[in-house]
Ligand binder design. Structure first.
Ligand SMILES: NC(=O)c1ccc[n+]([C@@H]2O[C@H](COP(=O)([O-])OP(=O)(O)OC[C@H]3O[C@@H](n4cnc5c(N)ncnc54)[C@H](O)[C@@H]3O)[C@@H](O)[C@H]2O)c1
Ligand SMILES: O=c1ccn([C@@H]2O[C@H](COP(=O)(O)OP(=O)(O)O[C@H]3O[C@H](CO)[C@H](O)[C@H](O)[C@H]3O)[C@@H](O)[C@H]2O)c(=O)[nH]1
Length: 324
């Protein structure tokens, strides 16, 4: 397959590109490099462009015959989205509409979209399945939910086949150590812990230790980035057999507290990682854990890397020798 990977120079996108190559597919990356890295996709065609630039997109679709598109572009920081909602809706909703229109004109009918656990807001159940109500509590989650709604309307109107993959917490890095997570500023927990172990960045802070969880810190479902990539391939194959708009929650179905992740990092690095206790971060739900039953049954997907130390170890390999 020839696959357009929008946002392919980013953290998850660059792992997606490697996964496509490993399965002998042909990825073409489209990315404005706002948070992505040219070095992360050195071996594949990279078109530097913005999804909101319809003219450039049209040229790309004229020049290539794609079997499917994977759309990972977004602004994706929850806290920032509270202060800059226009920018979030502009990039995440308007940008997606530009891509969808270009796909429609080019008759590309299969899309895998990066959605998020943030569509659920404050969860009402310990394991979140696809029946759980979507009630986002910040503009980032709302923008992703709006796109899911647009995809549902696009199916009967234009015949667009789509899968929205709601990632829980993407984590880890490719075992080659050649690509990994590199955001500036970095807000995610595992990179912040490992950077702190390396003496980089500011002191590690735990945001809130008074949540109703076993040790008072937030629980998250960490899923290896290569397992996420694999799910996209399965989603494209699923769309060969199914029309309509579909969604799947992608997680491991087990949760770890912030303190447990720090413990895992201590075991992996052999270092004593110090931290400060800070107040809660606005918009953080106490617990977010996926039920992955639907993805297992309908996509035949199951995470291969489930041990939290293995996930943290793969991230450590990257952070201890990060190339970009
Ligand atoms: N990292 C996570 O834990 C997580 C969890 C849930 C959902 N997601 C979603 O997954 C996707 C990828 O996340 P990531 O962590 O790899 O982020 P990232 O910032 O590393 O990657 C996003 C990529 O999209 C590009 N991009 C952004 N806006 C663009 C535009 N208008 N035109 C062209 N390129 C553009 C960026 O340059 C970057 O390469 C995002 O949509 C994010 O919302 C991520
Ligand atoms: O330096 C840090 C960083 C994070 N945390 C805590 O660690 C947990 C995980 O935080 P991350 O920032 O790593 O991840 P989030 O769960 O906030 O966000 C992730 O999941 C969201 C879905 O809820 C979005 O999709 C988002 O893009 C994705 O990064 C949270 O409780 C957070 O408060 C800290 O204590 N210290």
């Amino acid at each position: 397959m020839k696959v357009l990977v929008c946002g392919g120079a980013g953290y998850i996108g660059s792992h997606m590109v490697r996964c496509l190559l490993a399965h002998h597919h042909e990825p073409v990356v489209y990315d404005n490099l706002s948070t992505g890295h040219r070095e992360a996709v050195a071996d594949v065609p990279l078109i530097v462009g913005d999804i909101r630039d319809s003219e450039t997109l049209r040229t790309v679709f004229d020049q290539h015959c794609f079997d499917a598109a994977i759309h990972l572009c977004a602004h994706s920081l929850v806290g920032e989205s509270m202060n800059k909602p226009y920018e979030y809706y502009q990039n995440n909703v308007f940008g997606t509409l530009c891509l969808l229109e270009a796909m429609h004109e080019a008759d590309v009918t299969k899309l895998v979209f990066s959605s998020t656990a943030a569509v659920f807001g404050h969860p009402l159940a310990p394991l979140i399945d696809e029946e759980h109500a979507a009630r986002p509590i910040n503009p980032y989650g709302a923008s992703k939910w709006m796109v899911e709604r647009i995809l549902a309307d696009a199916a009967p109107a234009y015949g667009l086949r789509s899968v929205s993959l709601r990632y829980f917490n993407a984590a880890g890095a490719d075992p080659s150590g050649e690509i990994g997570e590199s955001h500036h500023p970095e807000t995610h927990l595992i990179p912040n812990i490992l950077r702190s172990a390396l003496g980089k960045g500011s002191a590690l802070k735990i945001f809130g230790d008074d949540y109703p969880t076993k040790d008072g810190t937030c629980v998250r479902d960490y899923i290896h980035v290569n397992d996420l990539a694999e799910a996209h391939l399965r989603a494209i194959r699923f769309l060969d057999q199914h029309d309509g708009a579909h969604c799947f929650n992608l997680g491991s179905s087990s949760g770890f507290t912030v303190l447990e992740i720090i413990e895992a990092a201590r075991r992996v690095t052999g270092m004593d990682i110090s931290f400060e206790r800070a107040s809660r971060r606005a918009g953080d739900p106490p617990v977010l854990v996926a039920s992955n039953v639907k993805a297992r049954v309908q996509l035949g997907w199951r995470p291969a890397i489930t041990n939290i130390d293995d996930i943290v170890r793969s991230a450590w390999l990257w952070h201890s020798q990060a190339r970009y």
